[in-house]
Design a protein around this ligand. Sequence first.
Ligand code: PLP
Length: 346
Amino acid sequence: MIDLRSDTVTLPTQAMREAIFHADLGDDVFAEDPTINRLEAMAAERLGMEAALLVVSGTMGNVTCALTHCARGEEAILGDASHIFLNEAGGISALGGIFPHTIPNLPDGTLQLDQIEAAIRADNIHFPRTRLICLENTHNRCYGAALTPDYTAAVVALAKRRGIAVHLDGARIFNAAVAQGMDVRELTRGVDSVNICLSKGLSAPVGSVICGSGEFIARARRVRKMLGGGMRQAGIIAAAGIVALEGMVDRLAEDHANARRLAEGISRIRGLATEPDRVRTNILYIDLVDRRFTDEAFIEHLKQKGVLLSHPGPARFRMLTHHGISEADIDTAVEALGAVMGEKIS
Ligand SMILES: Cc1ncc(COP(=O)(O)O)c(C=O)c1O
């Protein structure tokens, strides 16, 4: 199967399996797991933050940060296409009583500065207090768009001026850094918290890391415990995460080239629409313009030809490239799509 549903389907590499086998372990609730302590120190340094904390998933990372920033009844400003708003089971409100205030995401994943400014509440007893602005880099729903350092700096400056924190959902922040040819610190500078995922393009089996100031992470540690995320000998997870950070970042460029190749191939198939020029990282969307098939039939036909994709909305499909997908797989997937649409690709 050529599985393009997500980069979360990546399997741990041989080096990760060996690191897991040999990991030094301890009880992390007592902060005594040496492998976790090493991963957290490495992640903090890599992201230019003071401290870090291993969490189970990207979703847990985002909700832990939001609950650490905001009290019940306080408000977070976030994009209407953000993963936190759309795909995290409403956790920030269900678990934290945080009021989500959405504003539109532009196609490049940004939130317009004047719209952020306008969304910030005045100090008035009728209003919730605005405590947090959430950004997402790369932006999953916006074709994996990478936010730039200048944009992030502008949001940080606005937030500081208004006394509000900035959380960065950086599930794929290394894709953003590699795509722009820069150190990841350029993209985290000034934010109050960041969440990175080890188990997506970086191929670790489990885990995300949140980073922030020492004081923030100390408070987040309590929130993580409350959420049931205090893990014990989780150095077996961290060991793979260390290999991910040390060895799996630079190769993301291959995934980006493959995504572009995939989009270019698909753009030549009649009945399907995609936007190759928007593909900068490892995510693309296709629209089924020719309505000969139902969405389900389209997915099934492709599956019969050995290709899997995800289905985020009517007539819309998502594909992600990753470590398990080669350039040859891309060409096979394009052929399969062409065959399904009843057309030979020249
Ligand atoms: C942008 C973004 N943030 C957060 C997450 C959540 O990560 P997890 O699936 O590990 O909970 C995802 C998952 O796909 C994501 O794409």
